[in-house]
Each structure stands twice: as structure tokens, then as C-alpha cells.
Write a protein that binds this ligand. Structure first.
Ligand SMILES: [Zn+2]
Ligand SMILES: [Zn+2]
Length: 253
């Protein structure tokens, strides 16, 4: 399995990223490790924070000045605050090359949580977040889907077990119809290979495809390790399942 893009990389514009994460150096590292496309997706977590949106949009100017062989997309990882409510405005999303939606940032104080906070309720709420995302303009990828490891009191295995397969299928079909891709993060696959294997199987049935991303916050995490190809093959992923979102590919040409 040849992986040619990493669509989840944070630059210094994200406070959680290392100070070494300067866009020219990210591009150089991507070239060094043989990637042909990379997406800089800095955080927009709070609604109506124009300064933040400006800072993320400013990455476009840096990207435009690059002249290396790696295609660099200026984008954002945007927190969804409640079903159908992304933090980034529609105008900002339109002006970015790629928008990843984070539907699982339940650890942030401004993000709606299901009540009561049971594994079943979280599974239902996360699917509702996904279905609502399918109706939004200018969104391209669901970042780290089905990742429930940010809340210390929520058991990951119990939450994944609480997903209803029929509901998952309906939800993934809606995403596929909207042209939205699901991100595969190798680190998350490793802790729940069975669940993600099922997801890949269902996705293929409904025509949903994937992007890959490592959620890199430091240069050394831009490359995928040697174990990642075999790991993704082991959950049934094939090269034809992985592709840039169509609208992103058109724009980046
Ligand atoms: Zn995230
Ligand atoms: Zn991230």
C-alpha cells in the first residue's frame, strides 16, 4: 500500500504544534519522505473568532510562495461545536483549500456533550455530528472519526461497541453522497483494528473513500512509519480506497 499524502499536519499557527513546524520545513520534510501532497490544517476551535480565522487563512500566502515539488494545501481542522455547527465561518471555509471537521473534540468546554454521558449516547451523538456534517458546504474530510480517547472517563472499547452497524452504514452513505472523505489515522487504527476493518468494509459498500493523515505536530511525525502500510492492509484498505476529495483535487491542480 503506497501512501502519497498526509492531509493532517499542524503548523506553528496551532499552539499545540512544535515551534519547528514552519510550512517550508514541513514541505521539505514531506519531500524527503516521499509524499506528494500535504495539508496544513490549523485549529479553529471557537466560533466567531475572526482573528483566529485570519491567522489560519494567512497560511495561504506562505503556501503560495513555495516552489518545491510537494503540493501543499492551506486548510483547517475545524471543531464542530454542536451538530451542524462548525467553528469556522462559511466564508473562511470557502477560502481554504481543504477543511477537516473534528467531530470528537468533546474535551473542549465549548463543545456540546450528549446527556447522559454514556458510551451509547456518545456513539449516537458522534453519528449525528457526522450526518449533520454531510449537509454543510465547504467541508471535505472528517478528521479522526470514531476517536473517543480524549475523555478520560469514556471507555473507548465500550463506545465503539455501542455503534449500531445499520446506523453507521446510513451515516457513511450520506457522507459518500456529499463527497466527504473519512480520515484514516494509523495511530487510531492500531488501537481498534477490528472496528476500523468493519468501517472500511461498510464504506466500500456505500462508496465512501478515505484520506490518510497522521495529525503531525512535529516534523518526525509527517512520515508514516514502515509498519503503517501493512497495518492499513490488514484492515482491508486498498490503494483505490484512498484519494483526495474531488473538489480539493480540482482546486489544487
Ligand atoms: Zn483534533
Ligand atoms: Zn489535528
Amino acid at each position: 500500500l503506497r501512501l502519497t499524502h498526509n492531509l493532517h499536519v499542524h503548523s506553528v499557527v496551532s499552539n499545540c504544534a512544535k515551534r519547528e513546524m514552519l510550512i517550508p520545513d514541513i514541505a521539505a520534510e514531506a519531500q524527503r519522505v516521499g509524499l506528494n501532497t500535504i495539508a496544513i490544517v490549523d485549529h479553529i476551535d471557537l466560533a466567531e473568532e475572526p482573528d483566529r480565522e485570519e491567522a489560519v487563512l494567512a497560511n495561504r500566502k506562505i503556501v503560495e510562495k513555495l516552489d518545491g515539488p510537494v503540493r501543499v494545501l492551506a486548510g483547517s481542522e475545524t471543531t464542530v461545536i454542536a451538530p451542524g455547527v462548525p467553528a469556522a465561518s462559511e466564508a473562511t471555509r470557502r477560502d481554504l483549500d481543504i477543511v477537516l471537521l473534528a467531530l470528537n473534540h468533546y474535551h473542549l468546554a465549548n463543545v456540546e456533550r450528549p446527556q447522559p454521558e454514556t458510551p451509547e449516547a456518545y456513539a449516537k451523538h458522534h453519528l449525528l455530528m457526522m450526518r449533520s456534517a454531510a449537509a454543510l458546504p465547504y467541508v471535505h474530510v472528517i478528521a479522526h472519526p470514531f476517536c473517543h480517547s480524549k475523555l478520560p472517563d469514556l471507555d473507548l472499547a465500550e463506545t465503539l461497541a455501542a455503534y449500531d452497524t445499520g446506523e453507521v452504514r446510513e451515516t457513511l452513505a450520506l457522507l459518500a453522497q456529499a463527497g466527504i472523505r473519512l480520515e484514516i489515522n494509523p495511530g487510531h487504527v492500531r488501537v481498534a483494528p477490528q472496528f476500523f476493518g468493519d468501517a472500511v468494509r461498510i464504506a466500500r459498500q456505500v462508496g465512501l473513500r478515505f484520506t490518510t493523515g497522521s495529525d503531525a505536530h512535529r516534523l518526525e511525525n509527517i512520515a508514516y512509519g514502515d509498519h503503517v502500510g501493512p497495518l492499513l492492509e490488514s484492515i482491508g484498505l486498498r490503494e483505490e480506497d484512498i484519494a483526495l476529495p474531488d473538489s480539493v483535487a480540482r482546486r489544487a491542480r
